[in-house]
Ligand binder design. Structure first.
Ligand SMILES: [Zn+2]
Length: 280
């Protein structure tokens, strides 16, 4: 799961960084290095002679650029969701892989269900958002109940406090960050400051509690939150207006259109026809 997400993330990171060309150049960070290694994927197309670039290709390139721009615009919100995905996975790993009994995991899973936070939907992707946001909002209650029930099963309060103490600061920071990243409006100066404080807090707690699990470095997702979310938010005054959720909502329409057009053999014609159908 983690490596799959990581692969997906890497490709998105490269595209995002290319999309934000000036942003990548201005940042002395991992992202910049990744871009220079990846190179410019449009170079092969540009270096062809003019005769080779047909009108159809130009249209297809335009569509691709349009699609890429939409995708790029949603990167930060996606990164936040993915970072929580990792937090949750680490939580599971800690519980399942250490001395902490599976009984505690069972209780935790039951508490998630009770809070209408569905793991299956979560792992499979499409309905990630609402379940993540609920987890952010309810983590303190979930942890408090977890501790209570764990003590009831004769776990030591200290071991429970250790677990909760490890994860709570990350959840607290993400709970503060998420609504500000999703708000489809301009943020106030106070909100931008609050965002900055919590992005830094997430980076700090991740470094303290989780960095070792990733070879001492932040994962790219956490790096994005620590280093680039605030930068982008301050530059544009908003992140939520670039959010991915509207695009996600279009997926069913696009999938239906793609199904109608799947028999078209020529890929460019298929893409154009799918676009036309999805716009109906
Ligand atoms: Zn970076």
């Amino acid at each position: 799961m983690l490596s799959g997400l990581s692969d997906l993330y890497q490709s998105r990171t490269a595209k995002a960084a290319i999309g934000f060309g000036s942003f990548a150049r201005s940042s002395n960070c991992v992202c910049t290095l990744e871009v220079s290694r990846v190179g410019d994927p449009t170079r092969a197309v540009r270096s062809r002679s003019k005769r080779q670039v047909t009108a159809g290709e130009k249209v297809a390139e335009g569509l691709e650029e349009e699609a890429l721009a939409i995708e790029v615009a949603a990167e930060e919100a996606w990164a936040a969701a993915a970072a929580l995905d990792e937090a949750k996975a680490e939580y599971d790993q800690l519980n399942e892989g250490s001395a902490i009994s599976g009984r505690l995991v069972k209780i935790y899973n039951e508490l998630l269900v009770a809070e209408n936070i569905e793991k299956q939907l979560y792992w499979n992707g499409q309905l990630v958002g609402p379940h993540l946001w609920r987890l952010f909002q309810r983590y303190a209650v979930i942890f408090a109940t977890l501790k209570e029930k764990g003590i009831g099963l004769s776990f030591s309060p200290e071991s429970l406090d250790n677990i909760i103490g490890k994860f709570s600061p990350a959840f607290a920071a993400l709970a503060a960050i998420a609504p500000l990243m999703r708000a489809t409006r301009l943020l106030t100066p106070a909100e931008l400051d609050h965002l900055e404080t919590n992005c830094a807090a997430l980076g700090a707690t991740w470094r303290e509690h989780f960095a070792a699990a990733h070879g001492g470095e932040h994962t790219p997702k956490v790096h994005l939150i620590e280093r680039h979310v605030v930068e982008q938010a301050r530059r544009h005054g908003t992140l939520g207006m670039f959010g991915e959720e509207a695009v996600e909502a279009e997926h069913p329409a696009w999938a239906r259109a793609a199904q109608l057009c799947r028999a078209i053999k020529n890929p460019r014609a298929r893409l154009l026809a799918t676009k036309r159908h999805s716009e109906r």
